[in-house]
Design a protein around this ligand. Sequence first.
Ligand code: FE
Length: 364
Amino acid sequence: MKTIYFLSASMLVLLACISLSACAQTGSTAPATMPVSPEVSTDQSVVHKTDAEWKKQLSNEQYYVLREKGTEAPYSGKLLLNKEKGIYKCAACGNELFSDDMKFDSHCGWPSFDREIAGGKIKTVEDNSHGMQRTEIMCARCGGHLGHLFNDGPTETGMRYCVNSLSLEFVNQKDLPATAGKAVIPATDTITLGGGCFWCVEAVYEMLDGVKSVESGFSGGTTVKPSYADVCTGSTGHAEVVQLVYDPAVTSLDEILKVFFTVHDPTTLNRQGADVGTQYRSVIFYRNDAQRNTAKSIIDALNKDDVYGKPVVTQLDAFKAFYKAEDYHQDYYNQNKSEPYCRMVIQPKIEKFEKLFKDRLKKM
Ligand code: FE
């Protein structure tokens, strides 16, 4: 499967020194996760209320949509045509979900957004109700139903968050506190990385302090919800990737990418050792200019100093969608430590990571 790449002492010095610096309508199928904008962070403490408490707080119509997963009639919502500048919050708990620059006119009858405010504020759930296969979107803080997510959006993200007006509260920019919508350190950020077999990369990042979750999956292709078997054919265009949610106050994209460039070989095109094919390509799926610029700076520095003796071929691609791989691929190393691939391929990478980043390991 994969050859193991060991950085020389000079490489390590270099790496250490790099200054880094709603909807009832059917639509195209639903992605498992969604693009985000890194702009706002609010308290993400979970809100638990009884049905009686929600009924007391919400109008009957809001309760129907938010708590009973109802759908308002198309073209009926008060926010459908809203073009004012401001923030769209969860109507139940005030969680900041979208901003005006994310809204577009989808002509579908419900307010539509092409991305969400960063920080894991929205969670997705597979929804097979009404004879359709859709992705439901819910407020991650209170569990309120928002609408559905489709991958037929017309903007760069390719996404359409189709949201009930009744699930949203709009706060005009002039009424917002100075910090709202401004750049602050988000509670969490997300990056999607392809470095060959996702079992290997996942196992390493699960150990890095500040990484809150790691999921193995697929990104960068055209097939919606591909299976592992689909991706293995090499015809879907997807790469095996890991999607990391991390706490920028504990780790950083710089550090995450230093690990990335330590535990895989970024110089072999569409190949990691014995794993050959575009699904094993080295690729960074960035969500915003800051991520792209950070990644590009690192790659430029690696090339400038000829760290690998060969050019880095890692691709920088705009993130569009992530599809989580089957359950048996998740936490694969820890669940299958006795398997030969784990012992012979993954274990050495982990040992190398533990040695180089020994001060950065999670406290077990
Ligand atoms: Fe909420």
